[in-house]
Design a protein around this ligand. Structure first.
Ligand SMILES: Nc1ncnc2c1ncn2[C@@H]1O[C@H](COP(=O)(O)OP(=O)(O)OP(=O)(O)O)[C@@H](O)[C@H]1O
Length: 709
């Protein structure tokens, strides 16, 4: 359909032909200059769909492309703005992108991989010279001038790129999970070396496509077809710890990338740097140390988050507190009556000893509206157009730096928090005071709006079969995400959302039990209790308001209800009153709650109080989401699209819980997210949703192909 609307359309001096690609926010057209007949690719972006952040990414892309002129970087010819749209006129690459090449050819010869790597290295050298980091290197973003093994490779899609001072560290999460460096995935600070991980993943994929498809995901150490240099490069690029990873200089000078055969002296010099690579017999180089096979995998399959490459600073921590979780249940009381049970359970979850600091350095850029220039308007030079855009907001690169440079240090570091938060434009105090008694918590537990006014958007936590997962599109696109951060203001929707959260986390509890991690299971179980408690409370408040009459009759109650539930209207009260079997809903929630209490009680029996360090439940949930995302990546790489989509969706459910619901729960100490935590969670959800959409669409096309054949 998009092709029909594009073909024959005129944009500036160009006649649109066929659609050749699409991205999350763009459609790419093949087009021709009306006078010269020059072939170009036009990337069309509807600016209205872009939020501030994406507009900035777009400007960043334009600025970077504009200032670089190199055969291995896609060339920017022109920018054409029309009302509501911006068109980036690019050099046309008729070979398509490298992912298409890999699909067509399967694994490539080492010589071809070397050719592409040399070109990629040359392009990256230019970025390096300009202190730029791409952050989203993947085959889809590497375009080819022709469809053969002599093609010139061009780095494209600089939407995520940013300027980076040497040795500067960034902390923003972006990129595609499959090619994303572990330090980005785990939300640690990263530098330009993150790009080198992606290069390693691309090299791995180029060489091992058929192996990856046909067997387990094993690095073929004994693969005789690959030269030691090639394997060495791949292995050294895919070091999980960025410190151990090759430096750019080492990458650029690696013997695999040198044109001819390395001479003898080079071999010996090289041999001294071969610290971990097992070499095949008979090679002049010596193997110095057995390498961990798993360390070579692009996506570690372990669940171990220990060590230096663990969780993000914002979430990772072990509670320094001893077992003061204070979970106690009087079983007799519980059995007496549900309401007694609810009132007598002292649900105090110590999931960590320190509160998150408030880090508000993100989201502080002013909105930059694009000016609308008609297609008839005389064409201006790219520079003039950029000045137009720039005049509304300063130098985008500078702005992006401002936005991305996040105050260093752990976000748990309270000492540094005041300085950063005081600079913030959007300062939100999050969290509610520590509470130990459920019966006193009605008002304090109200969800706290994070950004903007209470919205009325209804968000359904995506199930694995969510109809919202539109193939190839970004289900959780950035413009939706601001709204998604807040729990639904619609009472029943909110309850459903909480139920979804509880069931997602329940799976995690079962998994932890399966692996014998009782303590972690217990701490997460307490979160489940808090979720059910919240659901019950919302339901009771909602039902009581409906039964007791209109808000005019009991305005005080309405006020407190509205505080708790957001913007409730009378229709909803009435709905609840009229819901046949609303009592059933209530008793269903109560039943679930009591069941979970029982499970928690079981855990409590086997855990010795007073001497055990309580794991951080939120951290465990976060880590589990990351692991699911990584495993999704593995499945995607292996072509198991259904499993990949499922795993991505599970990861999203957990992250959405952390982002949307977790802060409203009654926990001690209260759980709160910094602005930068939220930003990272949102971005991560977005990326995973994209991968989920992609996996689903791939699966659909496979099914269609099967149907046709
Ligand atoms: N100059 C070009 N020549 C030929 N094909 C292109 C060109 N630019 C883009 N494409 C094709 O269009 C696809 C989408 O490109 P685009 O840069 O718009 O998306 P993207 O930004 O990579 O997507 P996302 O935002 O989801 O990462 C590319 O993967 C490629 O196949």
């Amino acid at each position: 359909m998009a092709q029909a609307t594009g073909r024959g359309r005129v944009v500036g001096d160009y006649l649109l032909n066929r659609q050749i690609g699409s991205g999350s926010f763009s459609v790419v057209w093949h087009a021709m200059h009306r006078v010269h007949g020059t072939e170009v690719a036009i990337k069309e972006i509807v600016t209205g769909k872009l939020n501030k952040k994406l507009q900035e990414s777009l400007m960043s892309e334009i600025f970077i492309l504009k200032r670089i002129n190199h055969p291995n970087i896609i060339r920017l010819h022109d920018i054409i703005e029309v009302p509501g749209k911006i068109h980036i006129v690019l050099e046309y690459c008729k070979g398509g992108d490298l992912s298409m090449y890999i699909s067509r050819h399967g694994s490539v010869l080492e010589a071809t991989a070397k050719h592409f790597m040399q070109q990629l290295a040359a392009g990256l050298q230019v970025l390096r010279d300009n202190n730029l980091i791409h952050r989203d290197l993947k085959p889809q973003n590497l375009l080819l001038s022709t469809n053969d093994d002599k093609a010139v490779l061009k780095i494209a899609d600089f939407g995520f790129a940013r300027s980076l001072q040497p040795r500067g560290l960034a902390e923003t999460l972006c990129g595609s999970p499959l090619y994303m460096a572990p330090e980005i995935m785990q939300m640690q600070k990263y530098d330009a070396k993150a790009d080198l991980w992606s290069v390693g993943a691309i090299l791995f994929q180029l060489l091992l496509q058929n192996i990856v498809r046909s067997t387990e995901l094993n690095f073929p150490i004994d693969n005789k077809d690959l030269s030691p240099y090639c394997k060495d490069l791949c292995q050294k690029l895919l070091r999980r710890n960025p410190v151990e990873r090759l430096t750019f200089e080492e990458f650029f000078n690696h013997p695999f990338l040198s044109q001819g055969q390395p001479d003898e002296s080079r071999i010996w010099a090289f041999s001294r740097t071969m610290d971990n690579f097992p070499l095949s017999e008979g090679h002049p180089l010596k193997n110095t140390e057995e390498s961990s096979q798993e360390d070579c995998l692009p996506f570690p399959l372990d669940n171990d988050s220990s060590g230096t490459e663990g969780s993000p600073s914002s979430v990772k921590r072990r509670s320094s507190m001893k077992s003061t979780y204070g979970f106690s249940i009087d079983t007799r009381e519980r059995r007496e009556s549900t309401s007694n049970a609810l009132n007598n359970i002292d649900l105090t979850i110590r999931y960590g000893g320190t509160r998150h600091r408030l880090d508000n350095t993100s989201f502080r850029l002013e909105s930059n509206e694009f000016s609308h220039e008609t297609a008839d308007e005389p064409q201006k030079s790219i520079d003039q157009k950029l000045v137009n855009i720039q005049s509304r907001g300063g130098d985008p690169l500078e702005m992006i730096d401002q936005d991305y440079v996040i105050v260093s240090g752990s976000s748990m570091d309270l000492s540094s928090s005041s300085a950063s938060s005081s600079k913030a434009n959007h300062s939100h105090k999050l969290g509610s005071p520590p509470l130990t008694s459920i019966s006193n918590t009605t008002a304090s537990a109200s969800p706290i709006p994070i950004i903007g006014a209470t919205n009325t958007n209804i968000y359904h936590i995506g199930s694995s079969e969510s109809p919202n997962s539109v193939p190839g599109t970004s289900q959780g696109s950035m413009d939706m995400l601001d709204a998604l951060e807040q729990p639904s203001s619609h009472g029943m929707t909110r309850i459903k959302s909480l139920q979804h959260c509880a069931s997602a986390i329940k799976e995690l509890v079962n998994e932890k039990i399966g692996t014998g991690s009782q303590l972690e299971a217990f701490s997460i179980q307490l979160v489940i209790l808090a979720i059910w408690k919240k659901a019950l409370h919302i339901f009771h408040t909602l039902a009581a308001s409906a039964v007791e009459g209109s808000p005019s009759q009991d305005s005080a109650r309405l006020r407190s209800t509205s505080k708790e539930l957001g913007t409730l209207d009378m229709e909803e009260f009435q709905d609840v009153v009229n819901i046949e079997g609303s009592e059933d809903i209530s008793s269903q929630i109560e039943r679930e709650f009591l069941q979970e209490v029982e499970h928690a009680e079981e855990f409590a029996k086997v855990i010795e109080p007073g001497s055990t360090e309580m794991p951080d439940a939120m951290e465990t949930i976060f880590q589990a989401a990351l692991t699911l995302g990584r495993h999704g990546g593995v499945h995607e790489l292996l072509g198991n699209m259904e499993s990949a989509a499922l795993l991505y969706s599970k990861a999203v459910r957990l992250l959405v819980f952390l982002l949307v619901e977790a802060q409203s729960l009654i926990l001690n100490p209260p759980f709160s997210l910094t602005n930068s935590d939220r930003y990272r969670l949102r971005t991560y959800i977005d990326v995973l949703n994209n991968r989920q959409g992609y996996s689903r669409s791939q699966r659909m096309s496979l099914l269609n192909c099967k149907d046709q054949s």
